[in-house]
Design a protein around this ligand. Structure first.
Ligand code: OAD
Length: 233
C-alpha cells in the first residue's frame, strides 16, 4: 500500500531557490509594509503599488528554479500517495513535477476579477496592466489572498490533511492563520516531521513531532529517503 503523505509548505521551501521568505530578518515584510501591498484596502487606495509589487514578484519567480526540496517532494510520488498543500504563491512545486498541489494563498501566475472570485485567468503577460479587465467588465487583480480576506481553499486543505498518514511540514513560521492551524487537522498519532532551520510556533502541536533543523534543500531529501527506507522494510 502506498502511504498517504501530506506535505505542508511555506516560504522556506522556496528559500533555497532564492525566493525571499516573509518573516526572516531579510524577508519581504522587512522591506514592505503588509498594509501597503497585501490588503484589500491597499488594492483600493494604492492599486498601482499593489499591482507593481506582484508584477515584480512574478517576474522574479520566473527566474528561479525548483530546488532539491521541491524535487524530492515531487519524486516521492514514485512510492507514496502525495498531496502538497502550500502557502506559497510561486509554482515551484508544479515545476518540480508535483501533481496534486493546493495553493492556500493563491497563485502568482493567475489573475482574477475583482468582483467575481470564480473568474480566474492564467496570466498572459508577466506584467499585469493596471487597466486590464475580466470578462465581467471588472478590473483584474492578482489571484492572491490578502490579509483580512477569507481563505477559500482552507476547507479543502483541511480535508486533505485529515487523510495524512504522515505530515511533513517545511519552511513555515506557523504564524499566519488559518493556514497555521492545518497542523491540527491531522489524525491523532499521525507523525509530523518539520524541516525548518528556525523556530516555527509548534507549541500547540500534540502529535508526535520531529523537528529537523535543516534547510529544505538538504533536510527534505534526507527525510524522504529515510521514510522511503522505513516503508520498504
Ligand atoms: P515566513 O516568512 O513566516 O516563515 C518562513 C519560514 O521558513 C521560517 O520558519 C524560516 O525559519 C524558514 N526558512 C528560512 N530559510 C529556510 C530554508 N532554506 N529552508 C527551509 N526553511 C527555511 O513564511 P510563511 O510561514 O510561509 O501570506 O508565511 C505564511 C504567509 O505569510 C505567507 O503565505 C504569506 C505571508 O504573509 C500571504 O502573502 C497571504
Amino acid at each position: 500500500m502506498r502511504p498517504r503523505i501530506v506535505v505542508f509548505t511555506g516560504a522556506g521551501v522556496s528559500a533555497d531557490s532564492g525566493i525571499s521568505t516573509f518573516r526572516d530578518s531579510d524577508g519581504l515584510w522587512a522591506n514592505y509594509r503588509i498594509e501597503d501591498v497585501c490588503t484589500p484596502e491597499a488594492l483600493r487606495y494604492n492599486r498601482q503599488q499593489v499591482i507593481e509589487f506582484y508584477n515584480m514578484r512574478r517576474r522574479e519567480s520566473l527566474t528561479k528554479e525548483p530546488n532539491d526540496g521541491h524535487l524530492a517532494i515531487a519524486k516521492m510520488e514514485e512510492w507514496a500517495d502525495v498531496r502538497v498543500v502550500t502557502q506559497n504563491v510561486d509554482n515551484l512545486h508544479e515545476r518540480a513535477g508535483s501533481t496534486h498541489v493546493t495553493h492556500l494563498h493563491g497563485e502568482l501566475m493567475k489573475l482574477r476579477s475583482e468582483l467575481n472570485p470564480n473568474l480566474i485567468y492564467d496570466v498572459e503577460e508577466v506584467e499585469q496592466q493596471l487597466d486590464a479587465r475580466a470578462e465581467d467588465g471588472a478590473l483584474l487583480r492578482p489571484h492572491i489572498v490578502f490579509f483580512g480576506e477569507s481563505v477559500p481553499m482552507f476547507e479543502a486543505a483541511c480535508e486533505i490533511v485529515a487523510t495524512a498518514e504522515i505530515l511533513i511540514v517545511v519552511g513555515t513560521s506557523l504564524a499566519v492563520y488559518p493556514a497555521a492551524s492545518l497542523v491540527h487537522y491531522v489524525r491523532r498519532d499521525v507523525p509530523i516531521y518539520l524541516v525548518d532551520p528556525g523556530n516555527p510556533d509548534t507549541r500547540l502541536i500534540r502529535n508526535p513531532l520531529t523537528h529537523i533543523r535543516e534547510r529544505g534543500a538538504i533536510g527534505v531529501p534526507q527525510l524522504i529517503e529515510q521514510l522511503r527506507n522505513e516503508f520498504s522494510k
